[in-house]
Design a binder for this molecule. Structure first.
Ligand code: HEM
Length: 263
C-alpha cells in the first residue's frame, strides 16, 4: 500500500492528512496524531507531544533492533525495514562519547560518595574552585591609594571590607568577624600590613615594608597571599599604589610579641 497511514512502520511526524480507520471528516482527523506503538489516535495537543516523541523513539528503536536481527540471521530485509538506519557515528565520535559519558558517571559517583561518606558533595573542599566570583565576569580592577583603602576597614557597614597583601587588594567582607571593628584581625583591614603577617608584630609592623625578611618569612608571606587569592569567598578587587620606600629609612625593628606567633 502506498498510503503511509496504513503502513505499520510509518512514523508520523505531522497530523495525518488522510482519514485514519475510515474516518471521513478530514478536518476532524487533523486534530489527531497516531501513537506508533499502539496505532491509537492521540489528540494533537501540546500536552501529548512529549509522550508522542517518546513513543516514536521507542518504535524506531524497536525497528532498528528488528533490522539488526534480520541482518544477524542473514535474512533479506522486508520492505518496511529498509532504510531504517541507526545514526552513523564514526568510531572516534563513539569513543569520545564513551569517554565523556564515563567521566560524567565517575563524577556523579564521586559526588554521591562524598555526600554519603563525608556529608558533603565536594568532600569538604572549599577553595578557589568553589568561589563563585571565579565564574562571573570580572569587574575592572581598581587601583587604590592608602587613603582610599583606609575607608574600607569595616568601620562603615555600607562599604565592603578590604585589605591589601603584597600590593593586591582583596574583598574580605565575608570575614567581617575577623576583620571588622572588634574582630581579632581588624588591624589588617583597610591597609597593607604584609610585614605583620610574617613577623607577628601586630602593632609595629602594620606596613607593606618587607625589607630584610628572611627567606622563610618571604615564603610565609607568599602562603598568606595564596590564602587570600585561593580563598572560597574572598576575591581580588584591585591593587594598592604605595609611594616608593626610602631606602635610607631604617628597617622596622622586630618586636617581642612576635615570639611564638605562628607565621
Ligand atoms: C603571625 C601570627 C598570626 C597571623 C598573621 C594570623 C593571621 C590570621 C588571619 C588573617 C586569620 C583570619 C583567617 C580568615 O580570614 O579566615 C586568622 C584566623 C585565626 N587565627 Fe591567627 N594569626 C596569627 C597567629 C595566631 C595565633 C598565635 C593563634 C592562636 C593562639 C591564632 C589563632 C587563630 C584562629 C583560631 C583563627 C580562626 C581560624 C579559622 O577559623 O580557621 N592565630 N589568623
Amino acid at each position: 500500500m502506498s498510503d503511509t497511514n496504513c503502513d505499520p512502520t510509518a512514523v508520523p511526524h505531522e497530523p495525518p492528512e488522510k482519514p485514519i480507520n475510515g474516518e471521513a471528516n478530514a478536518e476532524h482527523v487533523k486534530n489527531f496524531d497516531v501513537d506508533p506503538s499502539t496505532g491509537r489516535k492521540v489528540p494533537h495537543k501540546k500536552a501529548n507531544e512529549a509522550y508522542l516523541v517518546h513513543q516514536r523513539w521507542l518504535e524506531k528503536k524497536a525497528r532498528i533492533e528488528k533490522r539488526k536481527q534480520y541482518e544477524r540471521e542473514n535474512r533479506p530485509l522486508p520492505k518496511e525495514l529498509q532504510g531504517v538506519e541507526e545514526p552513523d557515528f564514526s568510531p572516534l565520535a563513539n569513543f569520545l562519547f564513551s569517554m565523556v559519558f564515563a567521566a560524567f558517571v565517575s563524577m556523579v559517583i564521586f559526588l554521591l560518595a562524598g555526600l554519603f561518606i563525608q556529608g558533603d558533595l565536594l568532600w569538604g573542599y572549599r577553595g578557589k574552585w568553589t568561589n563563585w566570583h571565579r565564574y562571573v565576569p570580572k569587574r575592572p580592577m581598581v587601583e587604590f591609594t592608602p587613603e582610599e583603602l583606609k575607608k574600607f576597614d569595616g568601620s562603615n557597614p555600607d562599604l565592603p571590607v578590604l585589605l591589601s597583601i603584597s600590593g593586591s587588594v582583596f574583598d574580605v567582607s565575608k570575614g567581617v568577624l575577623y576583620y571588622g571593628p572588634g574582630g581579632p584581625y581588624h588591624m589588617f583591614a583597610g591597609r597593607d600590613a604584609s610585614r605583620a603577617y610574617v613577623t607577628g608584630c601586630f602593632e609595629t609592623h602594620l606596613t607593606h615594608d618587607v625589607r630584610g625578611l628572611s627567606p622563610e618569612q618571604v615564603e610565609a608571606l607568599e602562603r598568606w597571599y595564596k590564602f587570600y587569592a585561593d580563598h572560597n569567598t574572598y576575591y581580588k578587587v584591585g591593587s594598592l599604589k604605595v609611594p616608593p620606600l626610602d631606602p635610607n629609612t631604617p628597617i622596622p625593628e622586630p618586636c617581642h610579641e612576635a615570639v611564638n606567633q605562628k607565621p
